[in-house]
Design a protein around this ligand. Structure first.
Ligand SMILES: [Zn+2]
Length: 411
């Protein structure tokens, strides 16, 4: 690829809040070679110039928590009956939709397709964001993703259940064979639609999935194999147990108290609050279930406040799982929900770029506009610090130095 030069009205770099205007960015060999003010540096020999006019350049967005399942959740039998090949083809379309929405890096927090999709994208067989993948979930029987209303044999077939340190270690090793980049475990149990456990509606009354010993075994086995651990943990008790066990990120994480938030900040544990899915579910569910989602949302808002006050490190993640309620693509909305929950706009933008990349282990490769990083670059029609809703009006997308969409017509 010949060198490419991007010119735009300004660039928000995600580095020390630095804004460059008018901005020029040189891309060579898939990477950002230089960023500065227009005219400060001569154009490299043979470079193609793309003039983006009034657009603002920002780093490609990160969704630190989603699920690449290739499913349609309006079809209840899909999880059991849809062939993996069909689901993979659908997931490939989801990857394109994510790029369209400006999402250039994602972490798949549980699901069988993630590691293979990650490999295909890495090898250039599929267009898509960087993918950091957990492979399948691991949780206890009667735990986070065990569906108690389905026959146990059905759930066993998914290969996600593990009880006792020995079986848990075996599952971790299965994830290694699967090609997982990290381990995703279920720390707390409670479902909004669960007829057997109606208290799942109350984020303060969820129960722990594993004993302390079991969770410690999962973390120890994962860390020994260089896999970070992400834990689904809602409520004070589950988050505290996860911190005691040494997990690397807390997923959801609402319902925590001051002391636990302070500890998370001290330990540097990442929090991925996942505000988008509950917001859309609360709007789209039957009344009885929507009530539970609304209750979780109220607690989420209070918890973000506590986390911000203590300086907990926060990354943006949607928890989107696919259609009909949470199709992948508009994932940048998580930054809007973070602002709505009280986060300053610039901090929300960092959560969806540099901090998101750091949280999923890609901080040295993407998430900022800086020389040496991969050229994952977006163009927005204005300054997103002034109007956060611009994150959903992505007009230009470059992924790894290749234009994905939005080059203005020549002339
Ligand atoms: Zn999730």
């Amino acid at each position: 690829m010949p060198p490419t030069i991007l010119r735009a009205a300004a660039a928000w770099t995600a580095r020390d809040g630095a804004v460059v205007a008018p901005a020029e960015l040189h891309v060579e060999d898939r990477r950002i070679a230089w960023i500065g003010r227009q005219g400060e540096r001569p154009a490299p020999e043979g470079a193609a110039v793309i003039d983006l006019g009034g657009l603002w350049l920002v780093p490609g967005f990160v969704d630190a928590h989603l699920h690449l399942w290739g499913l349609d959740h309006a079809e209840p039998s899909a999880l059991w009956n849809w062939p993996m090949a069909y689901r993979t083809a659908r997931a490939a379309a989801e990857l394109r939709a994510l790029l369209d929405g400006g999402i250039t890096a994602v972490r798949c927090c549980g699901g069988p397709l993630g590691p293979s999709l990650a490999r295909a994208v890495r090898e250039g067989a599929l267009p898509g964001p960087h993918i950091v993948a957990a492979g399948d979930f691991v949780c206890s029987r009667a735990g986070t993703w065990d569906q108690a209303l389905w026959p146990l044999e059905w759930v066993e077939r998914l290969g996600i259940l593990a009880d006792g340190p020995e079986e848990i270690r075996r599952r971790v090793r299965e994830r290694l064979r699967q090609g997982a980049d990290f381990l995703k475990v279920g720390g707390s149990v409670g479902e909004h639609s669960d007829a057997l456990r109606p208290w799942g509606n109350d984020p303060a009354r969820l129960r722990l999935a594993w004993s302390d010993e079991e969770l410690r075994a999962a973390v120890e086995e994962a860390h020994r194999n260089h896999l970070p651990v992400a834990t689904h943990a809602i409520g004070e008790e589950a988050v505290r147990q996860a911190l005691d066990a040494g997990v690397d990120s807390i997923e959801h994480g609402h319902g925590i108290g001051e002391e636990t938030a302070r500890r998370m900040a001290d330990l540097g544990t990442w929090l991925v609050p996942t505000l988008s899915l509950p917001a859309l579910r609360a709007a789209g569910a039957p009344p009885a279930i929507a009530m539970g989602w609304r209750r979780h949302r109220e607690v989420q808002r209070r918890s973000i406040e506590v986390a911000l006050r203590h300086g907990v490190r926060i990354a943006a993640g949607t928890d989107f799982v696919g259609p009909p309620i949470t199709p992948l693509g508009p994932d940048a909305m998580e930054m809007e929900w973070l602002v709505e929950a009280g986060m300053p706009a610039e901090q929300a933008l960092l959560a969806g770029t540099a901090h998101g990349a750091a949280a999923i282990g890609l901080g040295a490769r993407t998430g900022a506009l800086a020389a040496g990083l991969e050229a994952d670059i977006l163009g927005l029609p204005g300054d997103p610090r002034r109007d956060i809703s611009l994150v959903r009006r992505v007009a230009f997308v470059m992924r790894g130095g290749a234009v994905w969409r939005g080059v203005p017509a020549a002339g």
